[in-house]
Design a protein around this ligand. Structure first.
Ligand code: ATP
Length: 272
C-alpha cells in the first residue's frame, strides 16, 4: 500500500514484531537501526555510515511496513513521500517538495525518510510515461543534491522502495547514495503462516482453524494479500451472522482475493 501522503516526522509505534517473516531483511535493517541509535559506535574508527538503502521487492510484501518498523525500533520520526504522488500530484513543484521534505527532516534528525515507488521519479532517461523528462529530472536532481548535501553523521537515513530496480537511474545507486540493496521477497510457506498469525490476531476465529492449511492455500500471495484474506473472511462470516470465522469463510475469502488479483493483472501497465 502507499505510504501516507507526506508523513511529516510522524512517530510510529510499529516494531519488528509486526513484520512477519523477512528474516534476512530484518537482520540487514537492524544494522541500520543501530546506526541511528549509536552513530558514534560506528564512526569511531573512521567509517562512514551509509545514507540510504533500497528495499527491493514486489508490491505488498511489506517494504513500507519494514521501513516504518525501523523508525519504530530506532524511535525516530518517520518522513515519507511516494514517487507516484510526485508524478501525479505535484507536477511542476516536485523539486521544491523534495527540498521541503529534507529541510523538515534535517530539523528532526535523527530520522528516517522513506521514498515509496522511487522508480516513478528515479527512472533512467526516457522511460517515464507520466511525467515529462525535464520535470522528472528536476525532481530526481533535487533528490541527489539533498542526498549529497548532508554528511554521513547527519543522522538521516533514506530508505527507498521499488519493484523495478532495473529501471533506476544509475546515479541513484552510486556510493554515498542508495548503495545498499535489501531484497524483500514474497513469503514462502513458512513466511505466509507467520503473516497469517499476525493478521489473525484481531479476528475471532473458530478454534479448529487450520493456519498451516491457509498458508498452503495461498501460494504467490504477498503479505498485503494475506491481510486482505483475513479481513474478507471476517466480513464474510459476519454477513452470515456467525459469531466466529470458520475455514469455509477463509476459502471464500481466498477465492475472492484471487479474483481481485486476476483483475489487477489484466489492467497492468503496458510497459510491464
Ligand atoms: P507497495 O510496494 O505496494 O507499496 P509494500 O511492499 O510497501 O507494498 P506494505 O505497504 O508494507 O507493502 O504492505 C501492505 C500491508 O500488508 C501491510 O500494512 C501489512 O498489513 C501487510 N503485510 C505485508 N507484508 C507483511 C509482513 N511481512 N508481515 C505482516 N504484514 C505484512
Amino acid at each position: 500500500s502507499k505510504a501516507t501522503l507526506f508523513d511529516k516526522g510522524t512517530r510510529v509505534n510499529i516494531t519488528f514484531n509486526d513484520v512477519a517473516g523477512l528474516d534476512e531483511a530484518k537482520v540487514e535493517v537492524m544494522e541500520i537501526v543501530d546506526f541511528l541509535k549509536n552513530p558514534k559506535k560506528y564512526t569511531a574508527l573512521g567509517g562512514k555510515i551509509p545514507k540510504g538503502a533500497l528495499l527491493v521487492g514486489p508490491p505488498g510484501t511489506g517494504k513500507t511496513l519494514l521501513a516504518k518498523a525501523m523508525a519504530g525500533e530506532a524511535q525516530v520520526p518517520f518522513f515519507s513521500m511516494s514517487g507516484s504522488d510526485f508524478v501525479e500530484l505535484f507536477v511542476g513543484v516536485g523539486a521544491s517538495r523534495v527540498r521541503d521534505l529534507f529541510k523538515q527532516a534535517r530539523e528532526k534528525a535523527p530520522c528516517i525518510i522513506f521514498i515509496d515507488e522511487i522508480d516513478a521519479i528515479g527512472r533512467a532517461r526516457g522511460k517515464n510515461v507520466m511525467m515529462s523528462n525535464d520535470e522528472r529530472e528536476n525532481t530526481l536532481n533535487q533528490l541527489l543534491v539533498e542526498m549529497d548535501g548532508f554528511g554521513t553523521d547527519s543522522g538521516i537515513i533514506i530508505l527507498a522502495a521499488t519493484n523495478r530496480p532495473d529501471v533506476l537511474d544509475t546515479a541513484l545507486l552510486r556510493p554515498g547514495r542508495f548503495d545498499r540493496q535489501i531484497s524483500i521477497d514474497k513469503p514462502d510457506l513458512a513466511g505466509r503462516e507467520q503473516i497469517f498469525h499476525v493478521h489473525l490476531k484481531p479476528i475471532k476465529t473458530s478454534p479448529n482453524l487450520d493456519i498451516k492449511k491457509l498458508a498452503s492455500m495461498t501460494p504467490g500471495f504477498a503479505g498485503a494479500d494475506i491481510a486482505n484474506v483475513c479481513n474478507e473472511a471476517a466480513l464474510i462470516a459476519a454477513r452470515k451472522g456467525k459469531t466466529e470465522v470458520e475455514m469455509d469463510d477463509f476459502n471464500d475469502a481466498v477465492d475472492r482475493v484471487i479474483g481481485g488479483l486476476e483483475k489487477k493483472n489484466k489492467i497492468i501497465s503496458p510497459e510491464e
